[in-house]
Design a protein around this ligand. Structure first.
Ligand code: HSE
Length: 399
C-alpha cells in the first residue's frame, strides 16, 4: 500500500479523492498496489465529508509522516504551495500538482530537486487540465524539431468567445452569464486578460525546447476589446476568433504571444468551442498533431493528477527525466515576429491606407469604416503603421 496526502480540498482536491475512491480497483491495478489517501490538508472543516477524519490543518503532519510517499498539491497560487512542495520534495516525497502558477514560476528548480532526490515532480494538469499533453511532449514528441505549438488553453475565454460568436451577444453580457454558471471567476482578470493562457504556453514551450521561458517575457493581449462586429467580419471572411497562446519558430528564431486571433475555419483549433481546450503541435517529421479535451473542471483535472500519482507510484525509486533547464530560452525580439493583421479604421481614403500599409485586401463592411487584411508584416512594422493612421481594432490572422 502507498500512502498519499492531498494539499487543498477545493474543487480539484475533492475531485482527486473522488477519482481514487470511484475508480479504486482500476487505479490500484494500474499503480500495482493500493493507493490510500492518508491525509488531506485544508484550513476549512468538512463535517460529514469522507475526508473528515483524515483532515489536518497542519502541513507538518504531512511533511513529518514518513509513511506518506506521494503528495498532491492542488491549492493553487505560488505561496504557500511553493514552500510546501519544495519541503515535500526535499523530504523525499514525490509531488503531483495541477498548479500552473507554481510550475510556470518554479518548474525548473522543483524538477532539479526531484532529479537530485531520485523522486518525481509531475504536473500533467498544469496546462490543458485533463488533456494529456505534458507527458506526450516529454516522452513522445522527442524526435522532432517542433516549429509550432499553438493552443486554446483557457476554457473561460473560449466559452465567452464561442457564445459571442454563436449568439451575437456582447462581451459584458456573456461574461456575466459565464460568472453565473461558475465558469468565470468573480474577478476574471487572469482569464480574460490572458495571464492564465500565458503561464500555460510558457510551460508547454519550456518543455518543448528544454529551457525556461519566463511568462513575463511573453507578449500578452486579452479578449476584453473584442466586439460582436469583429465576429461578423470574421464570419464573412471564413474565420473564427480564438484566444491562443502560441510559440512559432521562424528562420530559426522563436516568437511567443498570447492574443485573440483570427483562425480559418479549416484550422482544427477553430472548431474547438465552449470550455474545451486544444493544442496543436507541428514537428518537422511528425507534421501536425492535435490534443483536444476538457482543459478545466473537477474530474477531468483530477483525472490528470491521479494519473501523475499512479506514475509516481509506478516509478518509486526512479526519477523520470523531464528536460527543463533553469537557463532562459533564447527568443526572437517580438518586434520581428511576423503576421498578417486584420485592421479596422475610420480612415476611408484607400490611397491614405495604401501609403501606410501598402497593398491590402479589403473586407466588405456594413459599417462607416474600412476593414482590411495586411500582407505579412512584422509587429514592429505594424506598430509603426498604427502610429501613422488611426486603427480602431486589429487582430492577427493565423493561416
Ligand atoms: N481558469 C482556467 C480556465 C481553469 O478557464 O481554463 C483551468 O486552468
Amino acid at each position: 500500500m502507498v500512502n498519499i496526502a492531498v494539499l487543498g480540498y477545493g474543487t480539484v482536491g475533492s475531485g482527486v479523492v473522488e477519482v481514487i475512491n470511484t475508480n479504486h480497483d482500476i487505479v490500484n491495478k494500474r499503480a500495482g498496489q493500493e493507493i490510500n489517501v492518508k491525509r488531506v490538508l485544508d484550513l476549512r472543516e468538512f463535517p460529514g465529508d469522507p475526508v473528515e477524519n483524515i483532515l489536518t490543518h497542519d502541513f507538518e503532519d504531512i511533511l513529518n509522516d514518513d509513511d506518506i510517499s506521494v503528495v498532491v498539491e492542488v491549492m493553487g497560487g505560488v505561496e504557500p504551495a511553493y514552500t510546501f512542495v519544495k519541503k515535500c520534495l526535499l523530504a523525499g516525497k514525490s509531488v503531483a500538482t495541477s498548479n500552473k502558477e507554481l510550475v510556470a514560476v518554479h518548474g525548473p528548480e522543483l524538477i532539479k530537486i526531484a532529479r537530485e532526490g531520485n523522486i518525481n515532480f509531475f504536473f500533467e494538469a498544469s496546462a490543458g487540465g485533463g488533456i494529456p499533453v505534458i507527458r506526450p511532449l516529454n516522452t513522445s514528441i522527442t524526435a522532432d524539431d517542433v516549429t509550432e505549438i499553438t493552443g486554446i488553453l483557457n476554457g473561460t475565454t473560449n466559452y465567452i468567445l464561442t457564445k459571442m460568436d454563436k449568439e451575437g451577444a456582447d462581451y459584458a453580457t456573456v461574461l456575466k452569464q459565464a460568472q453565473e454558471l461558475g465558469y468565470a471567476e468573480r474577478n476574471p482578470e487572469a482569464d480574460v486578460e490572458g495571464g492564465d493562457a500565458c503561464r500555460k504556453i510558457a510551460i508547454l514551450t519550456s518543455l518543448v525546447y528544454g529551457k525556461n521561458l519566463d511568462y513575463n517575457r511573453i507578449h500578452m493581449e486579452g479578449i476584453t476589446r473584442i466586439t460582436t462586429d469583429d465576429f461578423k467580419y470574421a464570419d464573412k471572411m471564413g474565420y473564427s476568433v480564438k484566444l491562443v497562446g502560441t510559440t512559432r519558430k521562424t528562420d530559426g528564431k522563436l516568437y511567443s504571444y498570447v492574443a485573440p486571433v483570427m483562425l480559418p475555419h479549416d484550422n482544427p483549433l477553430a472548431k474547438i468551442d465552449d470550455v474545451y481546450n486544444g493544442i496543436l503541435v507541428h514537428g518537422n517529421a511528425l507534421d501536425d498533431v492535435m490534443f483536444y479535451g476538457k482543459g478545466a473542471g473537477k474530474l477531468p483535472t483530477a483525472s490528470a493528477v491521479v494519473s501523475d500519482v499512479i506514475d509516481a507510484v509506478k516509478n518509486a525509486g526512479r526519477h523520470v527525466p523531464i528536460i527543463w533547464e533553469d537557463e532562459e530560452l533564447e527568443m526572437g525580439t517580438f518586434a520581428d515576429s511576423e503576421s498578417r493583421f486584420f485592421v479596422r479604421t475610420d480612415e476611408k481614403d484607400e490611397a491614405a491606407i495604401k501609403a501606410v500599409f501598402g497593398d491590402v485586401e479589403y473586407v466588405d463592411s456594413d459599417l462607416d469604416e474600412k476593414a482590411f487584411v495586411t500582407a505579412v508584416i512584422t509587429e514592429g512594422e505594424f506598430e509603426a503603421c498604427c502610429n501613422k493612421i488611426g486603427v480602431k481594432s486589429a487582430l492577427r490572422v493565423l493561416d
